[in-house]
Design a binder for this molecule. Structure first.
Ligand SMILES: C[S@@+](CC[C@H](N)C(=O)[O-])C[C@H]1O[C@@H](n2cnc3c(N)ncnc32)[C@H](O)[C@@H]1O
Length: 269
């Protein structure tokens, strides 16, 4: 009470945005720092590939807004999301932008960060476990392996113009592990680029919903993978992994052991 009037506290929180990578889908594959950010959020804007179990970490009082996109249907345009992030930060304080995988791997996190900074909002980045590495790893396939693969390329199957990236053609000429995101619908086109290089036998696998309870996969070669994916009705979101490292997948290893056993048995007979 001051001069007979109630003094209302208007001290606002500092506007701040935290870009948090939510990991590939399993709710446990987020960082501790990501969880802490969620626990201190006043507003959360989250994407389609984020596990919504993570929203249980957010205070009840916080505003939660779905801004995702599936199959080219956008809940909001990117420009609208940029503006919402800034407006909510100024109005409510701490905004967490929760994105699938890592916010900077085909995640447009950099665009959101640049827009917010321009308008004077502080931005923190909490890296996430990107699907580009983790989905293969969860299948026991390393993206590099001594003596097998010296590098890996992570490439988009859908550029801004909706096309395959030209980099896939270049990667098909290399010995690198090739990891393609957003390419499921163009699997046959991708296969053709490898066939052009005579790489029929190169191992390949496709994983849908990696790390989630509804995860599905097919493991084969460039020659067989399109048919296998079609038969198994593998859809989006999915990742394509091509290269000799896929030979380290347990299905390949088991097959190799079986073939060796048969050879030994034949020789012994
Ligand atoms: C817009 S990109 C975002 C990638 C994300 N920022 C990351 O680091 O994983 C979306 C694409 O990532 C891939 N993806 C993301 N999560 C996946 C998952 N759990 N399983 C398979 N593919 C996934 C799919 O190719 C999907 O179309």
């Amino acid at each position: 009470m001051e001069n007979g009037k109630w003094k209302i506290k208007t001290a606002k929180k500092l506007p701040k945005i935290t870009l948090v990578g939510a990991g590939p889908g399993d709710a446990d594959l987020i960082t501790r720092k990501g969880i802490k950010a969620l626990q201190s959020a006043d507003v959360v804007l989250y994407d389609a590939l984020v596990n919504i179990e993570l929203l249980e970490e957010v205070p009840d009082t916080a505003i939660k807004i779905y801004v995702g996109k599936r199959a080219n249907k956008h809940a909001f345009k990117q420009e609208e999301i940029n503006k919402m992030l800034v407006a909510y930060a100024y109005k409510h304080g701490h905004v967490v932008r929760l994105k699938g995988g890592d916010a900077f791997v085909f995640g447009r996190g950099q665009e959101e960060m640049a827009f917010a900074k321009q308008l004077g909002v502080q931005v923190e980045v909490v890296p996430g476990i990107s699907s580009c590495i983790s989905v293969a790893e969860l299948q026991h396939v390393p993206v590099t392996a001594r003596g097998v693969s010296e590098s890996f390329w992570v490439i988009t199957g859908t550029t801004r113009a909706g096309q395959l990236s030209r980099d896939i053609e270049l990667a098909a000429q290399s010995t690198a592990t090739v990891i393609i995101l957003m390419g499921i619908r163009k699997l046959e086109e991708i296969r053709q680029l490898f066939i052009k290089e005579g790489r029929f036998d190169t191992p390949a696998m496709v994983v849908q919903n990696g790390s989630r309870v509804n995860e599905r996969k097919v493991v084969g070669t460039i020659d067989t993978i399109v048919e296998q994916a079609r038969e198994a009705t593998i859809g989006t979101p999915g990742i394509i992994i091509i290269g000799d490292v896929v030979r380290l997948h347990p299905e390949f290893v088991e097959q190799a052991i079986e073939e060796q056993t048969q050879i030994i048995q034949r020789q012994a007979a």
